[in-house]
Every structure is written in C-alpha cells, then in structure tokens.
Ligand binder design. Sequence first.
Ligand code: GDP
Ligand code: MG
Length: 167
Amino acid sequence: KCGLVAIVGRPNVGKSTLMNHILEQKISITSKKPQTTRHRILGIHTEANEQVIYVDTPGLHKEEKRAINKLMNRAASSALGDVEVVLFVIEAMKWYEDDEMVLSKIKRSKKPVMLLVNKVDEIKDKETLMPFLQKIAALHDFAEIIPISAEKGTNIEPIKEKVRDYL
Ligand code: GDP
Ligand code: MG
C-alpha cells in the first residue's frame, strides 16, 4: 500500500511539528514565527508493507499582497491536487477567518478530510473541547475528527492508523 497525504492549515497551527512527529524525525522546521515553511516538504513514512508520502505545506492564508504569500498559497493549493486524504490542522478552541478559507479550498478539492484539532495540551478547561468539536464538525463532512497534541505526541498513532484506510 502506498499513497500521498497533504497536511494543510493556516500558519502556526502546528503542521510541521505534526509532520516531524509522524515521521519521527526533525524534517520540517518549526517555529513560533508564522511562515517558517516556505516550500512544500516531503517526508516518506515507511513500514513493513506500506509507504506514505506526507506533504507539509506552507500555511494557506488570505493575504495575497506580497509575492511570497501568493507563491506559498499556490504551493499549498497544488499539494491538494493529487492526494488520497487531507489532514486539516486547526488549533483547539480557535476558529479564524483563515481556517474558514483553508476549509473552503479543501472542500473544492473534494478529497476526504481528517480534521486534526491540535494543541489540546493548551486547553485549560477540558469541558470546553466537546462543544468546540461539535461546532466545527457541523461545517463539513469530515472523515475523522481527532484531537491531538503534535508537540507532546498525543494521539499521533491513530492518525497513521486512519490514513491507512485511504491508501
Ligand atoms: P506550522 O506553521 O503550522 O507548520 O506550525 P509549527 O509546526 O511551526 O508550530 C507553530 C508553533 O506552535 C510552534 O511554536 C510550535 O512549537 C507550536 N506547537 C505545535 N504543536 C503544538 C502543540 O501540540 N501544543 C502546543 N502547546 N504548541 C504547539
Ligand atoms: Mg510549517
């Protein structure tokens, strides 16, 4: 089994951190500063009888005034073209216009989407997570919704498991 998986989301949600955890190596640069990832980064995850190529995209964003932003949007959008499944990363308890914009691009691609709600380690009141997830779940027919912490490595294994279903 093999296939291509795109990791998309607005800048700073933790895409590169997730990529590094999935691949168990520091392949993509992560940083507090948005737009650290300026090109597509490919990482190959190999197991006994499968190979998955993960594509870490530059964050998609609305601001298209600067040429570099335009270029990054193009790189991120084109990554959606030919994948088996999209990993759409957002931050727990946050839903911005940029998230909305990324989701609308993903919808146009018609690919199955797994919603990864990252940074759950930062939630102070855990009871607020469920209502938040329900609100986001109503926005699209997500294939899966998985709360994760890319930094702490929480719930990363289930992502790999579910990805397998789309290969
Ligand atoms: P990207 O722009 O989407 O690739 O985001 P990065 O992976 O570069 O991460 C942006 C910032 O969020 C960095 O400071 C990361 O350390 C931080 N971050 C990523 N994942 C998590 C997480 O699960 N929990 C917390 N608290 N911070 C995270
Ligand atoms: Mg990045």
